[in-house]
Write a protein that binds this ligand. Structure first.
Ligand code: AMP
Length: 415
């Protein structure tokens, strides 16, 4: 199947071709015709599946097919896209500008952490599409600075994460301002009961698509686990970075202060690294992301909440420096690599009190994770600092853990 078979206009097809896309991804092939038919749609799919284009392309097509009666200053938005984080809202807006480059449609991103002045100005000039995080949009609504009474299409992206972040009441207040006659598209990695309840309230006879990654997609990511003591983890990371072909890597820590500590430790060893978490200002995060996209990126040391929605392909490695508290987060984290057809490596560190967490991950992904180790004589904790491990001996086979111990959750603030 090609994009032309999906019934998109030449203006969109040209933009898609310019992005270098040869064929639609499975989610695009399935979702675009349903969305073009005007149906409500629930899609459960992983990040990296091409979901942004799956909702942006049919929505732009609708705006092209049915031009607004009145355009220009004061024009109220006809499409509202809600996303959990400012990074994701910014990335969706970039995608809209890219796919809509041969149209005259106008979009704007509305999110917190920056002055609302520029956003007010863009709204006054008139917009076709708004991409917003719920918090800031709610603020602007209460100030009477944004009108949502012309919205024909509502899109909720990463709905599960939006609810995890406590946005449900705000999302409900925003939806109450929208016309009842509209199309609603909802994208979510999982459909927990809270999302199912929400969809029954806000959607009308939705079509449901569930796109679990195929075996070949999953196989593009090589997963390894290193069993290690907590005190040896930074050493092990440094050894692995020297040893593996790491070109662009995200290292996940569970806590913000843990990320900062690790950055300092890496700097002491002359390794370029940047922390990426919720305590960093919006400007600092944008600078770090820009740096991360360059051909010579620093290691990105990130917490889960902040890392959500980082849209960077060519991530060669994901390190789970701390195992995530829940197995689903593991799947999200490793999905940052192996994107858009590339292969990737996901390396997890497991300290003794995380064995239970590792077992739940293995149960969740329904496969045993391979335990890798540096050769015994060159174990990271025995290598004098500065000396690099030349070879690694990988012990192939399922983890050989004994009975699962309970995982202690560390104190502190996540994200
Ligand atoms: P998403 O799941 O929307 O975050 O997209 C993941 C990545 O896949 C993005 O970098 C897109 O640019 C890329 N992508 C989306 N659609 C296609 C396609 N049809 N062919 C190749 N790459 C794509």
């Amino acid at each position: 199947m090609s994009f032309a078979d999906l019934g998109l206009s030449p203006r969109l097809l040209d933009a898609v071709a310019r992005s270098g896309y040869v064929a639609p991804t499975p989610i695009q092939a399935q979702a675009i015709p349903i969305a073009l038919a005007g149906r409500d749609l629930i899609v459960s799919s992983q990040t990296g599946s091409g979901k942004s284009a799956a909702f942006i392309l049919p929505t732009l097509q609708r705006l092209i097919d049915r031009p607004a009666a009145k355009r220009g200053p004061g024009q109220a938005a006809r499409v509202l896209i809600l996303a959990p984080t400012r990074e994701l809202a910014g990335q969706i807006t970039d995608c809209i500008r890219c796919y809509g480059q041969f149209t005259n449609l106008r979009s704007t991103a509305i999110y917190g952490g920056v002055s609302q002045f520029g956003q007010e100005k863009a709204l006054r000039r008139g917009v076709d599409l708004i991409v917003a995080t719920p918090g800031r949009l709610g603020d602007l609504l209460r100030q009477g600075l944004v009108r949502l009474d012309q919205v024909e299409v509502l899109i909720l992206d990463e709905a599960d994460r939006m609810l995890d972040m406590g946005f449900l009441p705000e999302v409900q207040r925003i939806i109450a301002q929208l016309p009842v006659e509209r199309q609603t598209l909802l994208f979510s990695a999982t459909i927990p009961p809270t999302i199912a309840r929400l969809t029954s309230q806000i959607m009308s006879r939705p079509h449901t698509l569930s796109l679990v990654p195929t075996r070949t997609e999953a196989a593009r990511i090589e997963e390894q686990v290193y069993l290690t003591e907590k005190a040896q983890k930074s050493r092990l990371l440094i050894e692995l970075i020297g040893h593996q072909q790491v070109t662009r890597a995200i290292v996940f820590t569970r806590m913000k202060h843990g990320a900062d500590r690790l950055v300092k430790e890496l700097h002491r060893h002359g390794i370029r690294a940047c922390a990426f978490h919720g305590n960093k200002s919006q400007g600092a995060r944008q600078r770090t992301l820009a740096d991360f996209r360059t051909p010579n990126p620093p290691l990105l040391i990130a917490t889960d909440v902040a890392a959500r929605g980082i849209d960077v392909d060519d991530v060669s490695h994901v390190f789970n420096y701390d195992l995530p508290a829940d197995p689903e987060t593991y799947v999200h984290r490793i999905g940052r690599t192996g994107r858009a057809g590339a292969s990737g490596t996901a390396i997890s560190f497991c300290q003794p009190d995380e064995r239970g967490a590792l077992r739940s991950i293995e149960r969740f992904v329904r496969r045993p994770l391979v335990v890798a180790r540096l050769v015994p004589a060159q174990r990271a904790d025995q290598v004098p600092s500065g000396e690099r491990v030349k070879t690694a001996d990988r012990e192939m086979g399922p983890t050989r853990f004994g009975r699962a111990g309970r995982t202690k959750s560390a104190a502190g603030s996540p994200g």
